[in-house]
Structure formats: C-alpha cells, structure tokens
Ligand binder design. Structure first.
Ligand code: GRF
Length: 196
C-alpha cells in the first residue's frame, strides 16, 4: 500500500475530496497524516473524524527556521510518503523537504498557472484579479512543487468560464467544484501507477 501525506492550512474541502477518494478505493493509498500550520482549522477536524494523525508545525513555534524545517522532515521520514499533496497549504514548503521529496510533492492552485501565481495570490485574491483583468476564463492547476511558489511542472489544468456579473465568490465556487474533481484524479493516477 502506498502512503499519502496531505498538507493544509484551512477549510479542507480538497482534503475531504482526497479522503473520500481513498475511502472509496479510487486512490489506492493510506493517508498517513496531515501536516497543518495552525491548530483549530477545518482540515484538522476532518482528519480527526477519519482517524488520520495530525502534526501541527508552525514556524513561529521554533526559534530557528532550520529547526522547523528539520522537524517537518523528521515527521515525513516517519510517515514515509510516496506522494505529498498540498491542499490549501499557504506556507512555502522548506527547501530541505522539497529536495528530499523531489517530484513527489504536488499542489493545487485556483488559477490557470502561470497566471496569478506566487505570494499574495490565494483564495479570493486570485479570483478578484481575474475579474479586475477582465478575463473571460479561469480555472485550476495541479503542479509539481519546486522551490519557487506555484512554479513547478503542470500535471493537469481545467478551464472554467467567467460570466458577466460574476463576483469573486461566484468564480471561487465554480473553480472549487472543478478542483474537487481533478485533484483526487491526479493523485489516483500518480499513486495507482504501480502497486506495492
Ligand atoms: C483551494 O482553492 C486550493 O486551490 C488553494 O487553496 C484552496 C483550499 O481550499 N490552494 P480548501 O481548504 O481545500 O477548502
């Protein structure tokens, strides 16, 4: 059985879609754990409900950044992930972790990357930028994580129309619906490639 680890910072709807896909057998893996950057978030409640171990790692709780990065790496080495899925994780993954799991960390971003990527482009800010620029379409992208925000090779991208009169929240809902479809699909295709 393959091991999957999820990182999240918020509500966790993508995390829930991954849990559902694991429980239905679509993703042939065990979710070894959730890494969260703060306590009390929706994603942790979902993990608790499904008996998934949680590790909260907040860089502010460490006096040195290398101690934080080391603690994260240690936890991951213990969980032995074959794939790490960032699901609404707002912090940059430390370089030592990206390097240790090169090509095995993926992320979902609510835009047609490379558009609206990088620091500050998260949540409704992304969709507001789409509106401000008068774009007629947007979407979501699954990509491999490297050491630059929202930058690595693109694995899947889905387009979503923008309609006259849309507000950022309308676009967010339309994009989210697609995210919940494509992310478990991409994870399944990566995880199910070879059985162990
Ligand atoms: C999603 O829109 C995802 O693309 C982005 O953060 C959001 C997370 O939402 N990276 P949720 O916590 O999965 O509900």
């Amino acid at each position: 059985m393959k091991n999957l680890v999820v990182f999240a910072s918020g509500y966790g709807s993508n995390f829930q879609a991954i849990i559902d896909a694991v429980e239905s057998g679509k993703i042939k893996a065990s979710i070894r754990g959730l890494i969260a950057n703060q306590p009390g978030i929706g994603a942790i409640k979902r993990a608790d409900k499904h008996h998934i171990p949680v590790c909260v790692l907040n860089p502010r709780d460490f006096s040195e950044s290398h101690e934080y990065a080391g603690a994260m790496l240690q936890q991951l080495l213990d969980w032995k992930p074959d794939l790490i899925a960032l699901a609404g994780y707002l912090l940059k993954v430390p370089e030592n972790v990206v390097n240790a799991f090169e090509g095995k960390i993926i992320n979902i971003h609510p835009s047609l990357l490379p558009k609206y990527s990088g620091k500050g482009y998260y949540g409704l800010y992304v969709h507001q930028a789409v509106l401000d620029n008068g774009d007629m379409e947007t979407g979501c992208t699954v990509h491999v994580v490297d050491n630059i925000y929202d930058n690595g090779p693109i694995l899947a991208q889905v387009r979503v129309p923008v309609f006259e009169g849309d507000k950022a929240v309308d676009i967010s809902e339309r994009v989210r619906k697609k995210e919940l479809e494509i992310y478990p699909g991409v994870i399944a295709s990566m995880i199910n490639k070879t059985e162990e």
